[in-house]
Write a protein that binds this ligand. Structure first.
Ligand SMILES: [Zn+2]
Length: 169
């Protein structure tokens, strides 16, 4: 029997972003429960920090289940001006990502506001690099990027494991 409907499980929304329409083929089992997702981005977020999105008998509901949002705003700099066409392509690709709240573009930079519970700066930069093509990826400023990614991962790790004290500073 073939399955024609790609979206199902409307009663159980995507655990990462809360979207009602999830994909039947995008699922992961965690602690004996099968979770369905809306996108590969949400699957990847979930695999990285399942404790953010699912509850645990010992610690109760997860931060996501308690409704937490972690709004971040960053400026992404380019080392040289981006063409109007490329910038339009980047904006379109980033705009459709889960968790991206707003975007403002200028010639050599853009500002992105996002919910760290659903998307990280690293995810956003990967999308930009894919859009620009690998040849252009050095155009993204390296300054502070490594540090920001590290602190975001620590922030998520601490939220995912509320009972564990100071594992990640
Ligand atoms: Zn999702």
């Amino acid at each position: 029997m073939s399955r024609v409907s790609p979206f199902a499980k409307e009663d159980r929304p995507c655990p990462v972003c809360g979207m009602k329409a999830v994909h039947e083929a995008l699922w992961r089992a965690h602690l004996g429960i099968k979770h369905y997702f809306c996108s590969q981005q949400c699957v990847d977020r979930f695999i990285a920090h399942p404790g953010l999105y699912t509850g645990h008998p010992k610690t109760g509901p997860s931060e996501k289940q308690k409704g937490r949002v972690q709004i971040k705003r960053h400026k992404i700099l380019f080392s040289e001006p981006i063409s109007t066409q490329s910038m339009a392509e980047i904006l379109e690709a980033v705009r459709v990502m889960m968790g991206v709240k707003s975007l403002n573009a200028h010639r050599e930079a853009f500002y992105v506001t996002y919910d760290l519970m659903e998307v990280s700066l690293e995810d956003i930069e990967k999308t930009i690099e894919l859009t620009l093509g690998k040849i252009h990826s050095p155009m993204i400023e390296q300054v502070k990027r490594g540090w920001i990614h590290y602190t975001e991962e620590c922030e998520l790790e601490n939220l995912a494991h509320p009972s564990k004290e100071g594992g990640c500073h």
